[in-house]
Write a protein that binds this ligand. Structure first.
Ligand code: SAM
Length: 292
């Protein structure tokens, strides 16, 4: 029997290692205006989307990242009405954000229309409820342009970007973070996809030091996503409200109860609070950023 195709994750080639994923079936593959996109069926992880050789989302473990990037900032804020997602192509985060009935308007600014179009066909579990929700609006634009120009003000900004390569590079810049700060309401919070610290250490330290040049509070929280190889994933945290990440389990649990305790598979009030207790090697990367 012919050897099955294996698709490599090339993100960590410079570290001398590659994950390869056995392909049951390629569902979709193309070079979009901005990046190489491939979606395939994997025997264990289910549907897997890769952009430019980096795993973006899999059916098996998407809930970890999507829940932690949405419920942590929204429950920490406590009264978020206007939410902005930058990137977020597959709409997995949008689907989680819209579980919050207190959210009145959700705007997603995605650079690559092809990613959303293909997600409508291949990730209906995300896009179905999202595009059926009148609170949701999609804008196709570079996130850098949008935050530099918009008159809107947001209570929560979620930067669900690719890695700092290609179109995603600008989303890790001083200009972009300053643009985000400009369109944040008083006491708002921004969270960012910030890589895997054991492999992408500088990415985290760079972002946090940039946050601290703009905001009173800059740090990160963590979660482990099996297909974001390398252990803990860091999610950047930036706000002028220094109390937000010091809320108690009781406060978060009360807000969750008021939100109707919608089902989750990873996020809980306890996990929310624990995610800010950083392992020492990650805490040292944040401390290094503070010394810069
Ligand atoms: N969760 C994934 C991760 O951690 O790698 C990211 C998922 S999502 C698919 C990333 C999205 O960011 C992609 O759809 C990509 O097109 C979009 N993106 C990249 N650069 C962008 C930019 N400058 N402005 C807006 N969207 C951008």
């Amino acid at each position: 029997m012919a050897e099955r195709r294996r698709i490599p994750e090339t993100l960590f080639d410079d570290f001398g290692f590659r994950m390869t994923y056995e392909v049951e079936r390629v569902l979709y593959e193309m070079h979009t205006e901005h990046q190489h996109l491939v979606l395939f069926e994997h025997p264990f992880f289910g549907k897997m989307l890769m952009l430019d050789g980096a795993t973006q989302v899999t059916t098996k473990d998407e809930f970890v990242y999507h829940e932690m990037m949405s419920h942590v900032p929204i429950f920490a804020h406590g009264s978020a009405k206007d939410v902005l997602i930058v990137g977020g192509g597959d709409c997995g985060i949008a689907e989680e954000v819209l579980k919050h009935k207190t959210v009145k308007r959700l705007t997603q600014v995605e650079i690559d229309a092809s990613v959303v179009e293909f997600a409508k066909e291949h990730f209906p579990e995300f896009t179905g409820p999202v595009f059926a929700d009148r609170r949701f609006e999609l804008i196709i634009d570079d996130g850098m342009n949008y935050v530099a120009k918009t008159e809107r003000r947001f209570d929560v900004i979620i930067v669900d970007s690719t890695d700092p390569l290609g179109p995603g590079k600008v989303l890790f810049s001083d200009e972009f973070y300053a643009g985000c700060r400009r369109c944040m309401s008083k006491g708002a919070v921004m969270v960012t996809q910030n890589g895997v610290p054991i492999l992408q250490a500088d990415e985290l330290t760079d972002s946090v030091s940039k946050f601290l040049r703009l905001f009173a509070d800059g740090s990160c929280y963590v979660a482990a996503i099996p297909t974001y190889v390398g252990g803990h994933m860091a999610m950047g945290w930036a706000t002028d409200n220094t109390k937000l990440r010091r809320a108690s389990v009781k406060t978060i649990a009360d807000r969750y109860r008021k939100a109707g305790r919608f089902p989750t598979k990873y996020w809980t009030p306890e996990v929310h609070i624990a995610a800010f207790a950083l392992p020492r090697f990650i805490a040292e990367k944040v401390a290094k950023a503070k010394r810069r």
